[in-house]
Design a protein around this ligand. Structure first.
Ligand code: PEP
Length: 241
């Protein structure tokens, strides 16, 4: 059985006060949540400390949104694996399309970050996915195969989550058809040596489409941006049927 993982990606949203307010409401909604799923919140670095304390003893795991490949050093603005694990972070998003697009993240730096995350005891969530232009040019498959081949060199597939995130579906309300997401995720699985790697779908996942997405046989979870910011909508998502 592959693990089901629902992860929220708060991006650059929520001060510590806002994060605490979210949790007060959200944690109450988990009393009936089935045990078959892992719930993760990937939050800004400044929220990690306070959430680590507030989530202690709850079933929600903590995630970061990036990690550097060195243990320490003169890398202004970066954060290392040991800094994250020391405060209880378990997961880290790597290679999100916003990092690739705005911060010059490449498959090579993604690979370095993935290996460092694993070395320091984090579970990486590797994001892959095509732009609208690449989809229209029928390059989805070749792009994803290339992102995986370059990103996963020497990466341990026993401690890995992959998120298929078509860029055109992120933050647009334009969700990928669940059957199509299922097809691409099947293609991703065919490129892996470990068939048990959980593979999420991400891109405008909402309370009103999560059940259909999770009903697809290849889809093992969701990476949720906008809809993870509001406690009621994220609660409905983690409580998918
Ligand atoms: C994301 O940030 O990874 C994402 C999928 O965002 P949204 O759910 O808002 O499309």
């Amino acid at each position: 059985m592959r693990k089901k993982v629902i992860a929220g990606n708060w991006k650059m949203y929520k001060t510590q006060a806002e994060a605490s307010e979210f949790l007060q409401k959200f944690l109450h909604s988990l009393e009936e949540t089935p045990d078959d799923r892992e719930i993760v919140l990937c939050v800004p670095f400044t929220d990690l400390g306070i959430l680590s304390k507030s989530l202690h003893g709850s079933r929600v795991q903590l995630g970061a949104q990036n990690v550097h490949w060195e243990e320490q050093g003169a890398y202004t603005g970066e954060i290392s694996g040991p800094m994250l694990t020391e405060i209880g972070v378990r997961y880290v998003i790597i290679g999100h399309s916003e990092r690739r697009q705005y911060f010059n993240e490449t498959d090579e730096t993604v690979n370095l970050r993935l290996k460092a995350a694993q070395l320091y005891g984090l579970t990486p969530i590797l994001c892959v996915g095509e732009s609208k232009q690449q989809r229209d040019a029928l390059e989805t498959e070749s792009l994803i195969i290339s992102q995986l081949a370059k990103g996963l060199v020497d990466v341990d597939q026993n401690n890995l989550i992959i998120a298929y995130e078509p860029i055109w579906a992120i933050g647009t309300g334009d969700t990928c058809e669940s059957i199509e997401a299922n097809r691409v995720i099947g293609l991703i699985r065919s490129q892996l040596t470990n068939a048990n790697v959980p593979i999420q779908y991400g891109g405008s996942v909402k309370a009103n489409n999560i059940d259909e997405i999770m009903a697809q046989p290849e889809i093992d979870g969701a990476l949720v941006g906008g809809a993870s910011l509001e406690p009621d909508s994220f609660a409905r998502i983690v409580n998918y049927q």
